[in-house]
Ligand binder design. Structure first.
Ligand SMILES: Nc1ncnc2c1ncn2[C@@H]1O[C@H](COP(=O)(O)OP(=O)(O)O)[C@@H](O)[C@H]1O
Ligand SMILES: [Mg+2]
Length: 496
């Protein structure tokens, strides 16, 4: 790809990039959120029209203006959000749109044989007749990859494929990529995870702010160098933590049962405690009951059996406001749904949850002056970058929205902080900042329940780690004994 440039209103997504990749190589495309990785690859796949770009395949200029152009040039792409048709079977999804025909009849037998061949070459076993909607995400991803290969892809682009996988599934994916490479397939692997890039890639290209900042081969690669290319400085990953010795229990869940949206038991007999001065991490692949657990603690979902105690008092099935008033702060998993009102201005969002306090309203009339003071205090203390307190919250970047939520919640002076996926979608600088706030709160003697699908985050921050699997606590480990391996197994339902 030569001279690639793509602007969206107000942002240069790809800024003069030259990118080349060799046959049968696994190339990492590494970068923070917003670096331009997806856009660059969508241009190659014909999904995004560039302002300028020339594409050469095997030395010849190719004109790729749509995904079907890309497919006929043997380029396939698996997106972050799948494009499968849920009620259709694996086979039907794989052949969708290009069903092989003989004598005007659909030749499913031929397609089936082809699919079985592909399963063999990838090393996956797959029931071609299972409806895709019944497969776990990890298997759905395999269907997406098989679909691309079925269309003859010799250059396979995978956009953050591991974000939906357990560590075990990730390893299996890597084995398959290795096999595909040996069979002559080229893989472009988009990720923001350094260790994944280093594990699987022959070379790694790093992007930052729309530009390529470097390409390193496996032999010369180091985490420090990658991190520098990615964010322009080395990452600080160790947090200063004083030893936690307190016996004061701030949160206790005992034998908790909670139902999910589908009325199935989502939390099954979970017991845990969070003490003053500790971060208790909950690891697990998303969808194993973490969301429902947090909602039950926060009074947002009914507790069917068991009890939630906050500082010794039973607080199950009370109003969310009662939970907050017991000294609990909540950084919700979905900041757009539960953390902020995007159509409100910044100062209104800093007030949420405080609005009943006397200092901010008298007999139902809000006090503009003290609200502004609160907003400015939070903006300053938590580095929220916003043109003004009157800016619509939806116009802030994701990182600044999250700083706003975290800042508001922490400025309540809570004893207990329930932080769910607190750094999701943030870039490294934003992530570090939010993480440092949680560690600081812990060091001040607050208790933190950290629910995160990001294993590195859980390992870096937690004093103790619980792993949830299918609604239960599959295991509990002290930070000192926890490794990716042990947690990964528990996350994938394998008993250590
Ligand atoms: N369809 C779009 N409309 C407007 N802006 C976009 C669109 N797609 C991407 N962007 C912007 O382009 C930049 C690069 O995004 P993207 O390629 O998705 O980065 P990455 O995949 O590295 O996270 C970001 O600032 C993003 O907000
Ligand atoms: Mg992307």
């Amino acid at each position: 790809m030569r001279g690639v440039r793509k602007t969206f209103p107000g942002v240069i997504a790809v800024d003069g990039v030259d990118f080349e990749v060799s046959r049968a190589e696994i190339r990492g495309l590494l970068g923070e959120n917003g670096a331009g990785k997806t856009t660059l690859m969508k241009i190659l796949y014909g999904m995004v029209t560039p302002d300028s770009c020339k594409i050469y395949l095997n030395g010849t200029e190719a004109h790729i203006r749509s995904p079907s152009d890309a497919i006929s040039n043997q380029i396939g792409m698996v997106h972050q959000h799948f494009t499968l048709v849920p009620p259709l079977s694996v086979l039907e999804n794989v052949i969708l749109g290009l069903e092989p025909v003989s004598n005007g009849m659909l030749d499913t037998q031929k397609a089936l044989e082809q699919l079985q061949l592909l399963c063999k070459s990838t090393g996956w076993s797959m029931d071609p007749n299972s409806p895709v909607e019944q497969l776990p995400v990890g298997l759905q991803q395999r269907v997406e990859i098989l679909k691309a290969l079925f269309r003859g892809a010799k250059l396979l682009i995978l956009d953050e494929p591991t974000s939906v996988l357990t560590p075990l599934e990730t390893r299996e994916l890597f084995q398959t990529l290795q096999r595909l490479k040996e069979q002559g397939t080229t893989v472009i692997f988009i990720t923001h995870k350094l260790n994944e890039a280093v594990t699987i890639c022959d070379r790694i290209t790093v992007m930052r702010k729309g530009k390529i900042t470097g390409t390193l081969s496996k032999a010369e690669v180091s985490f420090d160098e990658l991190a520098r290319l990615m964010i322009g400085r080395p990452i600080h990953k160790t947090f200063q933590k004083n030893p936690s010795t307190s016996e004061i229990i701030l949160l206790e869940c005992s034998d908790l049962w909670v139902r999910g949206d589908s009325k199935k038991d989502a939390v099954r007999r979970v017991s845990l405690v969070v003490r003053s001065g500790e971060i208790v991490g909950i690891a697990g692949v998303e969808g194993n009951g973490q969301t429902e657990l947090v909602e039950a603690i926060m009074g947002l979902r009914k507790v069917e059996q068991g009890a939630v105690r906050i500082k010794g008092n039973v607080r199950s099935n009370v109003r969310p406001l009662d939970v907050i008033n017991s000294g609990v702060a909540h950084i919700p998993e979905n900041r757009h749904e539960r953390g902020l009102i995007l159509d409100f201005i910044v100062s209104e969002n800093t007030l949420l949850g405080f609005q009943f306090r006397n200092e901010f309203s008298t007999r139902g009339i809000l006090s503009k002056h003290s609200i502004l003071e609160l907003a400015n205090k939070i903006i300053r203390a938590f580095n929220v970058i916003t043109p003004s307190t009157k800016t619509l919250t939806k116009n802030l970047s994701g990182g600044n929205q999250q700083k706003l939520v975290a800042g508001r919640e922490l400025s309540r002076s809570p004893d207990l902080i329930i932080a769910a996926q607190p750094t999701r979608g943030l870039d490294l600088a934003g992530t570090e900042y939010i993480q440092s706030l949680l560690v600081q709160a812990r060091n001040e003697g607050k208790g933190v329940l950290l629910v995160s699908a990001d294993l590195d985050e859980v390992l870096n921050l937690s004093d103790r780690i619980l792993v949830m699997y299918e609604g239960r606590v599959a295991g509990e480990l002290h930070a000192s004994e926890a490794t990716e391996e042990t947690i990964g197994k528990l996350m994938g339902g394998v008993h250590a």
